[in-house]
Design a protein. Structure first.
Length: 297
């Protein structure tokens, strides 16, 4: 615990000079801001770069370049009806190479017969600045049936992960310095454990940060291709083919009927003892019933 408390104190102290410098810089700017030179006034009046406006007090309104740019993860879906799946796939492959992208997934569902549709699914990844141009090029493959684009803002997540990563790296440096100064075995072991936990957290957050940055840099496109069926109805057969088909159906029916009779005979043969016993029981019962009726009369 003393080592963790020391690390916490050193971490907080490490940030104090930066705040002091910023405070002194702010005072210096506030003192020197009203003293705007004639050259700066001339530059502002002529629309010089780097200045947006001049306040009445003489302070310069400088563009805020420290404000982070909005980071978006963009994904698109596109469904296109094409004449030929094979030609469309070749065109898409060439387009992906031109846009410096990658083909992440590919499925080619070929038709089982002439009445089924040929479909394909492709998942593409392209640089985000080339996303719009790629979608427009894919839309020219045929008739667009569905088109959508979604975007997710991850600016806050990136800023948070970056800040946490920088703090952990500072903590890592402090632990290393403590390990160099410390001579006790217990303190060295405690510092080593703290260093291991810190580095594990650094690797985890660094992986999350790089994953988000990669998703921002490259956008995914889910492309669905569909081609019309070759035949939309039942094909007509010639007279010879119809007669041949009828003869085949008749022979098949006779064969099935004959096979059914043979099976029935085998079943009767196997169950014949039970059938005889059942017939005998019925005959005995009827005979007893008739005899009883004559006796009563």
């Amino acid at each position: 615990m003393p080592l963790l408390l020391l690390i916490s104190v050193l971490t907080s102290c490490a940030g104090m000079p930066d705040r002091a410098v910023l405070k002194e810089a702010g005072k210096s700017t506030a003192v020197n801001a009203p003293a705007v030179t004639e050259v700066q006034n001339a530059q502002i009046a002529s629309g010089g770069e780097g200045y947006l406006a001049v306040a009445d007090s003489g302070n310069l309104a400088v563009p805020d370049e420290s404000r982070p740019q909005t980071q978006l993860i963009k994904e698109a879906e596109l469904s296109v009806l094409v004449e030929s799946i094979a030609d469309a796939i070749q065109t898409v492959s060439n387009l992906v190479k031109q846009q410096q992208g990658d083909l992440l997934e590919f499925q080619d569902n070929k038709p089982v017969d002439t009445r089924s549709r040929h479909t394909a699914h492709m998942q593409i990844r392209v640089p985000q600045q080339r996303l719009e141009a790629t979608i427009n090029a894919l839309a020219e493959l045929g008739k667009v049936r569905n088109r959508s684009l979604t975007a997710r803002d991850v600016s806050d997540q990136l800023v948070d992960l970056d800040a946490r990563l920088r703090n952990l790296r500072k903590q890592e440096e402090l632990v290393l310095k403590i390990m160099e100064r410390s001579g006790k075995v217990g303190e060295v072991l405690e510092a080593a454990r703290e260093l291991s936990n810190t580095r594990e957290a650094i690797e985890r957050i660094d992986a999350q940060l790089k994953n988000l940055q990669n998703q921002v840099a490259y956008s995914k496109i889910s492309l669905y291709l569909e081609a019309p069926a070759l035949e939309t109805g039942q094909p007509s057969l010639s007279l010879g083919l119809q007669l041949s088909e009828t003869w085949g159906n008749a022979v098949s029916s006779v064969r099935g009927f004959s096979l059914g009779l043979v099976k029935l005979f085998l079943y009767l043969l196997v169950f014949s003892p039970y059938l005889l016993l059942l017939s005998g029981g019925v005959w005995t019962l009827r005979k007893a019933t008739k005899k009883k009726g004559k006796t009563e009369n």
